[in-house]
Design a protein around this ligand. Structure first.
Ligand code: GDP
Ligand code: MG
Length: 162
C-alpha cells in the first residue's frame, strides 16, 4: 500500500493547491481504489518510482476549513491513518496563534511531521524559515505550491525511507 500523506493547516494556506500539484501526475488507473477515488479529498500521485496517496483535510468536518478550533474529527481520523503529515502555514502572515495551537495538537499525534510554509514566491525563503522555527517543529520546508517551487525537494524528504 502506498504511503498516506495528509495535508493539514488553517483555511487558505494552500492545501488544495498543493493537493492538485501532488496529484497531477497520478496514474490513470485508479480502479483498485474505488473507496478512495470516489472522494476528491483523496488522490493518488507518483514521483519517480514512489507512489503515494495524498489527503486534503480542507472541507472535512463543518464549514470550509479543516481547522478553526483545532483539528476536527474527520481530519483527526485522516491524521491517524497518515504515514506523514504536511502542516501547511502561510509564509506571508508568519506564524499565527492558530498555527501555534495546531502545532501543539499535531505534535501530540506523534506522526512524522513536516512544517511547510507556502507562498514563498517573492519572499526570502531563509527569512521565512527562520520565522517559523518558533513553532518548534524543526526545519521548515518552504514551498510555493502555485508554482511548484520547492515541492520536489519537500517530497524527496517526505518519501525518503518510506
Ligand atoms: P486551502 O484553503 O488551504 O485549500 O488553500 P487554497 O489551495 O485554496 O489556496 C488559497 C489561496 O492561496 C488561493 O487564492 C491560492 O491561489 C493561493 N495560493 C496557493 N498557493 C500559493 C502560492 O504558492 N503562492 C501564492 N502567492 N498564492 C498561493
Ligand atoms: Mg482547500
Amino acid at each position: 500500500m502506498e504511503p498516506v500523506i495528509v495535508l493539514v493547516g488553517r483555511p487558505n494556506v494552500g492545501k488544495s493547491t498543493l493537493f492538485n500539484c501532488l496529484t497531477r501526475s497520478r496514474d490513470a488507473l485508479v480502479a483498485d481504489f474505488p473507496e478512495l477515488t470516489r472522494d476528491r479529498q483523496y488522490g493518488r500521485g507518483r514521483i519517480g518510482p514512489c507512489a503515494y496517496i495524498v489527503v486534503d483535510t480542507g472541507g472535512m468536518g463543518q464549514g470550509n476549513g479543516a481547522i478553526s478550533e483545532g483539528v476536527q474529527a474527520q481530519a483527526r481520523q485522516a491524521i491517524a491513518q497518515a504515514d506523514a503529515v504536511l502542516f501547511l502555514v502561510d509564509a506571508r502572515s508568519g506564524p499565527t496563534a492558530a498555527d501555534e495551537a495546531l502545532a501543539g495538537e499535531l505534535r501530540a499525534q506523534g506522526k512524522q511531521l513536516f512544517l511547510v510554509p507556502n507562498k514563498v514566491d517573492g519572499l526570502d525563503a531563509r527569512v521565512v524559515a527562520a520565522d517559523f522555527y518558533t513553532l518548534g517543529l524543526g526545519d521548515p520546508h518552504p514551498i510555493a505550491a502555485a508554482h511548484g517551487t520547492g515541492v520536489a525537494r519537500l517530497m524527496a524528504s517526505v518519501l525518503q525511507g518510506m
